[in-house]
Write a protein that binds this ligand. Sequence first.
Ligand code: TPP
Length: 943
Amino acid sequence: MEPEQFDDLNAGFVQELFAQYLASPEAVDPEWRALFESGSATLVESQPLVRRLLELYPHALDGGNGAPAAAPAPAAAPPGELLGAVAAGMSLVKAHRTHGHLAARLDPLGSEPIGDPALDPDRLEPRLTPELQQQIPARVLRLHVPGETLADALPQLRETYCGTIAYEIEHISSHEQRVWLRNAIESNRYRQPLSREEQVTLLTRLSEVEGFERYLRRAFLGQKQFSIEGLDVMVPMLDEAFELAAADGAREVVLGMAHRGRLNVLAHVVGRPYDTILREFEGERVLEAVGSDPEGGTGDVKYHHGAGGVRKTSSGDVQVTLTSNPSHLEYVDPVVEGQTRALQTDHESAADTHDPSSALAVLIHGDAAFPGQGIVAETLNLQALVGYTTGGTLHVIANNQVGFTTDPEEGRSTRYSSDIAKGYDTPIVHVNADDAEAAVAAIRLAMAFRARFRHDVVVDLVGYRRFGHNEGDEPSYTQPLMYRTIESHPSVREQYARRLVERGVVAEEETEELVASSQAAMREAHDALKATFGSGGSAGRERRIGRGADTQVETAVEGERLPALNEELLAVPEGFKVHPKLLKTLERRRETLGEEGGIDWAQAEGLAFASLLTDGTPIRLTGQDTERGTFSHRHLVLHDHESGETWTPIEHLREAVAPFQVYNSPLSEMAALGFEYGYSVSCPRALVLWEAQFGDFVNSAQVIVDQFIVSGLSKWGQSSRLTLLLPHGYEGNGPEHSSARLERFMQLAAQENIRVVNCSTAAQYFHVLRRQALHAKARPLVLLTPKGLLRLQGATSRLDELAGGSFQPIIDDPTLDEEAKRQADRLVLCSGKVYYDIVGHEAFKDVEGVAVARLEQLYPFPVGVYDELLSRYPSVSEVIWAQEEPQNMGAWRATRHRLEEGLPAEVELRYVGRPWRASPSEGYPTAHALEQDRIARECLGAY
Ligand SMILES: Cc1ncc(C[n+]2csc(CCOP(=O)(O)OP(=O)(O)O)c2C)c(N)n1
């Protein structure tokens, strides 16, 4: 019942009931009790209404039935005043829950919290004097902190909400979650005192963390280590999180983080041996990498490398993966999510099942990067989407209150670094990094919330940065006051040691020994490592990037399988009503298997997918509007025309032995692509495809392309068979819907890091998809896909072209016989849709001596097949490279040397295409048509 409805009721009656409720909540009918209790928050907001009730019935509570005589009042306040006081008390409770964080002691460096007047009982109306507070029963306020009256409870409430932990939970739209959180927070369920053993373990861990950093700093003066100091407690927090994740059923944890504290996390959380880390400081790995091996990977700096390790927990072993990441802050976030999702998914059966408890994603963010980088918001937006959820990510903001040299006031428009997460219904726990036990408690609450609601949660760990941004920086140039404070500020280890000594848990000398032994462990590992120097080295060599001729991949699918699969792809349950217009289109997919052919792109794609699923390749396809297809061609997911129910035939193949996932993605490129990259890395045998709405939009994900997809192999030895479907082609739709920026991928292609394909028939598409899934060597594939060609009759194929044959890197001119080829004077080579513009031109039929071939695989350039092609054309005097992109774009500049290399000296190589342009294409359809016409005529020599 809404509070507004009070007006419609007999207010006197309500008031009487309320008085009864105050005296003894159980005495009131449950329905009314529920009303008062649910109204407790709204009552606070509607104090004027309570006041109005009192104005209307000033004496209603004076004596008689239901007078609040049972209130434990030392000197009972007049009932009217008490009612107002209860409302004010509720206000106070609500203020603590909502704004308590403003008064919390979160800053280890001691800055004063700003506080909030709503937290002050003296500033409420009526003023909540201690006497009044004593008359307000705590349970009426629905408090979970201990105490009989508000007077008893208020200090606890303050300590709970305004101590070294603070909470932001009241923005959450789920009532259930808010109630759960209030209860968990106020009852201190996750903030119980640590046992002696736990306290000693915590101190030991802090000693190891500090010892590690100190040793490195002394041994490798000035080398970058991006010390964790000031946020040391992050390591025991992660320990706790992994322990709790394991207890919740996790067998995998995927961790993403930037430079800050990474080495410490590698050593202590992932379990990378000290000597491996020390070796990198000694420069060993670098020397080997640079060596004499031209095909070696480039490697990466030590604080970008990923690593894996097995952690023992009391609930069993957990595989921990720290994901490799580039310098670009936060871009690893969606990658981690994709990896985690892949690990949570069962790829061994056709049913697409996903168990969020089986793997945990943990993201550690910088306090400047979290609000500053848009990829964070894109990633947060994935959390509850059915195709993307990982059952809640644990976010920890490693908040050292500075970003390089930038102060928070310069770096964000919000009070907290974490504020953006509030928009995603995420609870936020702020904690002072100098209170080690509180930090562990924050993790306990966060992990319990994740386990209960499978939802993201943020822990904002507020600490400081003991040194400069890196070890070469002098921080007091830019933050002089802060660093004056930090200079004399004891470490969290020192503070906790003192606390434990005071509590009598450990002796002073023991705390010293803990530090000494952690330093000794480092020294021992270092000495042992040094002893190996000059002995030929025990370290393994850097990886070589595997190269060599493409192995042949069998992609044909024998006779009967495709028609059978085709039938299944058209099957819907009894009574399911496909849209009548669509039904006609789909039914044509039966006829196309006949002699006449006509298998188009979408049908070829469906058959490629279906055949792979029945052979055991898991498939995941995502992108904006991908279920239907931007160009309304795919229709993998059907919608009942009357009920709106959906049916996805490809998910129901009788003989499928691997799952198929298809999801419309959110309107994101960066996070959406990063997610799929991560998925493909963690499940390398799956065919993972991401489709851009138009190819142009892939540059919204440029960092993922540059920093992960094309260079991950070279930097980190990380391979993937991720496939990018990028609609590309000049069809007069203007500068933005024409180009997938092929030139970018061509520029980024080297050392066989990726494959770039622009195929021109449905059968080629079928074979290249299957090749991509089945190829022994996993590499990302950039596949330019068509728009107009999706339905062009000339680009369709016959069943026998799918059932036989394989992907052709070059398609020779199909209109000429061998003799005509021998006689040809000019060979035009092009790629993709422009082929149809050239051979479809009105002048084509009258042209003689011109052959038109298609380069279907742009990278790796098919050197041998190109040589064979040229050998069939001994008479050509010129070879034309034709493209519809401008000369500074498309494949020309990255392919030219390959084309020239194969040509005899007397044969000229000529460019035909758009001239150098700042923008990919004309804005006006007429101008476009003129350009296409010119390109075709120039190729054909028909002016
Ligand atoms: C996308 C991106 N832009 C700029 C940088 C350069 N950079 C490296 S660290 C840093 C400051 C990061 O501050 P914060 O997120 O608070 O993390 P901290 O270093 O303080 O732990 C900047 C700007 C970067 N690495 N990535």
